[in-house]
Each structure stands twice: as C-alpha cells, then as structure tokens.
Design a binder for this molecule. Structure first.
Ligand code: NAD
Length: 336
C-alpha cells in the first residue's frame, strides 16, 4: 500500500527542490501517493488565500506532510504560513540536526548536534500591535507556558535517550527575562532529575552563540524557546556549511511536517541551481518517522557520498564547476 502524504511544493526554489526530493524518494522504491496542495504566495495567486482550507484538510487527513519553503512578506502583508501550520497542528517540536558532511567547506568538520526548538509559543504567537495609529511604539507579547515548556524539554530529553545522545543543554536568557526564560529554565532543571543518564546543563543565549562558534563539539542536544531556537539553528547550519544541507522536522502529537531549514531563496529561484540536499535530508527524517528507516538511511548515505565526492553538487558546494539541482538529485539517486 502506498503512503498518502501531503506535498506543498512551496514558493521560490520550493518547486525545484520538492521535485528533486520526490524523485529521490521514488528511486528508493518507497511508494507514495502525493496529495499536492499549494500554500503561500502561490496560493494567494490561485485562491487569494495563503493557507487555503484544502491544505489544512489534506494534512489533517494524512498526518504527514513534506513542505517546500514558503515566502513570508517582511514587515507588512500576510502572517507566516509556516507559523500558522505549526500552530494549527500543534507541531510543538522543531527538530533541526546540524551534522558535518565530509567534502563541505565549513569552519568545522566534525559537528553533530541537534537543536530542539519550541515551535508554538513566545514571540511567534502573533500577539503584537502598534500602541497608536502614529506607530509611536509597538508591542509584541511572548508567552511561555508551563505545559509548552514541559513538553518540549521532555521531547528533547527523550530524544537524547532514544538516540544515544549524552547531553542536553537548555538555552535561555533567564538573567534578564526572569519570568519567561526563568520558567523555562526552572522546568528544565527540575525535569533533568528524571533523566540521571543524561548530563543536563544550561547556557545564556549570548554566551551560547559565542560558544557554538568557538567550540560546537561541546554540545549534543540543545533545547530552547522559539526565537532563540530559530536563530541558533541557522547559526548551527552555518557551522556545517550553510543552509543547503540543513533539514528540519516539525513534530506534534499525531502530525508532522518535514521541511528544509532554509527559506524560499527568491534570489536563486527558477534557475535550477538550488541545493536540494536539505529537503532531501528532511525527507529521510520523514521516511524514518513513517517507519521506513532503511530507505531513510540509504538517502542519507547517498547524499553524504555525493557531497563527499563533490563532483555533481550545486554551486553553494562547488562554485567552480557546479551541477544543477536536477543533476545533483540524479547523482543522489545513482548512489542509492
Ligand atoms: P533563505 O533561506 O531563503 O536564503 C538565505 C540565503 O541562502 C540566500 O542567499 C539563498 O540563496 C541561500 N539559500 C537558501 N537555500 C538554499 C539552497 N537550497 N541552495 C542554495 N542556496 C540556498 O532566507 P531569506 O532570504 O531570509 O528568506 C526568503 C524567504 O523565505 C522569506 O520570505 C522568508 O520568510 C522565507 N522563509 C521560509 C522558511 C520556511 O518555509 N520554513 C524558512 C525561512 C525563511
């Protein structure tokens, strides 16, 4: 029986990298009926709505989605569809691994860490307004709840136990944000007592950013609130060679959406030059989640070999003699 999975091709480079990714999955032999729906800018053009009901219905039914990046206008315009999807399906955990690949020119060659970012609360709640019509001030409210903190920290600790990881670092700003970050830290420290096999420590976000750049290998699993997690995961992808190789998963109680960490890259859209690896690696996370660990490992190994050989990789990895998106996907398929 084929799996039925929602596919959102996305904006910008989205359609190019989702096509590459579905081709790679097809080549593993795992059968998928893609339930394709558009969202974001593409859906505005078609339905005048960035998040049409048919997208929500499809994900509600299928419980698993693969999503290309979606453009969010900066400052004005519609709110982020990515954030709306995470809230709609209560995808409270954003799992973002950052792993070095041999062959990628990067500051470090042996990074292997996982960021577990709280995905539904704090400054992404969309509770914000100008205090008056002259925009003399603006206010954003960031709410951190006990329930939200407990479930994400438990997710990180369980992830560490189940994946043979040794350490969990709680990242916060509890020296200044004594209530929101303070609550998160207090819950984390208490919960750590239930996991004596895991070393749990904590870092203030600014120190954390410096330490990750200076010595990323001291970290294993990192758990933090929404905004800090967003920023640290881009930082982590920079440590291992950029956004082109950084996958992500948004996981809730019964639904999960898999995507790349990167955005829609409008500067390179439509040119067949985007690196498909991040979404391909996200699709491996998806296959593992739906019970196809063999296909997932084959994809991860194939991507690693293609990147290591460095001959048929996109411009971000080999500016001198770049392959196209399609050529890199084909190279991955041949290594499966
Ligand atoms: P971006 O990640 O799209 O691009 C940042 C830089 O990385 C650009 O120079 C781009 O060309 C490059 N890049 C990104 N992905 C690449 C790939 N696969 N291969 C090669 N190079 C790649 O970030 P941005 O420019 O800040 O955002 C563009 C849009 O994407 C915005 O509207 C933003 O809101 C949206 N966005 C969406 C998501 C998502 O859908 N989850 C995530 C981040 C940003």
């Amino acid at each position: 029986m084929p799996y039925t999975i929602t596919l959102i091709p996305g904006d910008g480079i989205g359609p190019e990298i989702t096509k590459a990714t579905t081709n790679v999955i097809a080549a593993t032999g795992v059968k998928v009926d893609w339930d394709i729906h558009v969202a974001g800018l593409t859906a505005i053009e078609k339905y005048k709505d960035p998040l049409p009901q048919n997208v929500l219905d499809s994900i509600s039914k299928n419980k698993v989605a693969l999503k290309g990046p979606l453009t969010t206008p900066i400052g004005t315009g519609f709110r982020s569809v990515n954030v709306a999807l995470r809230k709609e399906f209560d995808l409270y955990s954003n799992l973002r691994p950052a792993k070095s690949f041999e062959g990628v020119k990067a500051r470090y060659s042996d990074v292997d860490l996982v960021i577990v970012r709280e995905n539904t609360e704090e400054f992404y709640s969309g509770i914000e307004h100008y205090v008056d019509s002259r925009k003399s001030a603006a206010e954003t409210i960031g709410i951190v709840t006990r329930t939200g903190s407990e479930r994400i920290i438990r997710f990180a600790l369980d992830y560490a136990v189940n994946h043979g990881r040794k350490k969990v670092t709680i990242v916060h700003k509890a020296n200044i944000l004594k209530y929101t970050s303070g609550l998160f830290l207090e819950i984390g420290r208490n919960m750590a007592k239930d996991y004596p096999q895991i070393e749990v420590n904590d870092r203030i976000i600014d120190n954390m950013a410096m330490q990750m750049v200076m010595n990323p290998n001291q970290f294993d699993v990192i758990v933090t609130t929404n905004l800090f997690g967003d920023i640290l995961s881009d930082l982590a992808s920079g440590l291992v060679g950029g956004l082109g190789v950084a996958p992500g998963a948004n996981i809730g109680y019964d639904t999960a959406i898999f995507e790349a960490v990167h955005g829609s890259a409008p500067d390179i859209a439509g040119q067949n030059i985007a690196n498909p690896s991040a979404l391909v690696l996200a699709s491996a996370m998806m296959l593992r989640q739906i019970g196809e660990p063999g296909a997932a490992s084959r994809i991860e190994n194939a991507v690693a070999i293609v990147i290591k050989e460095g001959k048929r990789v996109t411009k971000d990895l080999n500016p001198g003699s770049p392959a196209t998106t399609d050529e890199m996907a084909q190279a991955i398929i041949e290594k499966l």
